[in-house]
Design a protein around this ligand. Structure first.
Ligand code: NAD
Ligand code: UFG
Length: 350
């Protein structure tokens, strides 16, 4: 199948490109590199020994998006492109709504024009808002607590409307829990701009010495050790979930939501402990106040994905931490420099 990957240079997109190429699919990547670097795609090529077209295009540029569809026989789209920083979305909501929602509207419009009706969309566990209970299943009520979350919720609703208007559509809404880890090669991984917002890249940067200590956001939650509990999922497991979703959508018309999580929650303190074991380094931390908007506990009931997609997360917390550390220690500056990668490549060859 020829698949267009929007946002394919990003963290989850690049890992999904690897899995798709290794499974024999043809891919095209569309990205404006607003939160990623072309080097990630060089490494995808290196890892898979396969080539593919890369379009440096903004989804908001409809004419450019149309050109991609007119030049290629696209059969399905995996739509990762979007902005994702919760705090930033509160500061610049219009930019988030425009980028994420208008970008998606343009994509859908062009897909319809070119009769491409297979779509896998990157949604998020954030659409469950403040869940009434855990584990969270797909039929829980949906809400949003910030503009970023509202873009995901609105796009899910838009996609439902689009299907009602045209029953040719086959759409999977993949609600990711907390993706962490990196490809086991250490060649691709998460490369946040500036100070990381999320726990795992923050811990990794403390471990490598780029940041002095982690601030634990609250230890007075109603959880076993008082710190926030999340469902961390290895990014390679998540990437594989996209292949399973693709296989599924070509068999039905409609819109289906799937939780992609492990079903198990870990606290912040448990994550620190697991990372210290994986890296052999201490992670200095202090307990700070709660982060506004954070919830105590969030983990998935992933049964629907197992039942309907035949997908189940395979990697545990140890692999997640080992692979995050490998990526961070081999690429202390992320994709900015090839020096460490070259060093690593020469040790592999010898
Ligand atoms: P990322 O920022 O690494 O990747 C997103 C990619 O989209 C980047 O390469 C960026 O340059 C590109 N992009 C953004 N706006 C674009 C536009 N207008 N035109 C073209 N390209 C554009 O993020 P990620 O972690 O890989 O997340 C991928 C998707 O999954 C996002 O939609 C995100 O909201 C969603 N998601 C992520 C998480 C997470 O914790 N990482 C959790 C749930 C959902
Ligand atoms: N945390 C800290 N210190 C930090 C960063 C995080 O203690 O420096 C804690 C948080 O309070 C939370 C846990 O670590 O308890 C995980 O926080 P993250 O920021 O890594 O992840 P969130 O669960 O808050 O949110 C992430 C994405 C959202 C997405 C959600 C569900 O940032 O966009 O997962 O997919 F919606």
């Amino acid at each position: 199948m020829t698949i267009l990957i929007t946002g394919g240079a990003g963290y989850i997109g690049s890992h999904t490109c690897v899995e798709l190429l290794n499974s024999g699919h043809d891919i095209l990547v569309l990205d404006n590199f607003s939160n990623s670097r072309p080097e990630s795609l060089d490494r995808v090529k290196e890892l898979t020994n396969k080539s593919f077209k890369i379009y440096k295009i903004d989804l908001l540029d409809k004419a450019a998006v149309e050109k991609v569809f007119s030049e290629n026989e696209i059969e399905a789209v995996i739509h990762f492109a979007g902005l994702k920083a919760v705090g930033e979305s509160v500061e610049i909501p219009v930019h988030y709504y425009h980028n994420n929602i208008t970008g998606t509207l343009i994509l859908i419009d062009v897909m319809q024009k070119y009769n491409v009706f297979n779509l896998v969309f990157s949604s998020s566990a954030t659409v469950y808002g403040i869940p009434q209970q855990v584990p969270i299943s797909e039929e829980f009520s949906l809400s949003a607590t910030n503009p970023y979350g509202r873009t995901k919720l609105m796009i899910e609703e838009i996609l439902n409307d689009v299907y009602v208007s045209n029953n040719n559509w086959s759409i999977a809404l993949l609600r990711y829990f907390n993706p962490i880890g990196a490809h086991e090669s250490g060649l691709i991984g998460e490369d946040p701009n500036g100070l990381p917002n999320n726990l795992m890249p923050f811990i990794s940067q403390v471990s490598i010495g780029k940041l002095s200590e982690l601030k634990v956001f609250g230890n007075d939650y109603t959880t076993p050790d008082g710190t926030g509990v999340r469902d961390y999922i290895h990014v390679v497991d998540l990437a594989k979930g996209h292949l399973k979703a693709l296989e599924k959508i070509v068999t039905f018309n409609g819109v289906e939501a799937y939780n992609l999580g492990t079903g198990k929650g870990y606290s912040v303190l448990e994550m620190i402990d697991a990372f210290e074991k994986a890296s052999g380094r201490k992670v200095p931390y202090v307990i700070g106040p709660r982060r506004p908007g954070d919830i105590a506990e969030c983990f998935a009931k992933p049964d629907k994905a197992e039942r309907e997609l035949g997908w189940k997360a395979e990697k545990g917390i140890k692999d997640m931490c080992i692979d995050s550390w490998k990526w961070q220690s081999q690429n202390p500056e992320g994709f900015q420099t090839n020096e460490h990668r070259n060093k690593y490549a020469s040790t592999l060859k010898s």
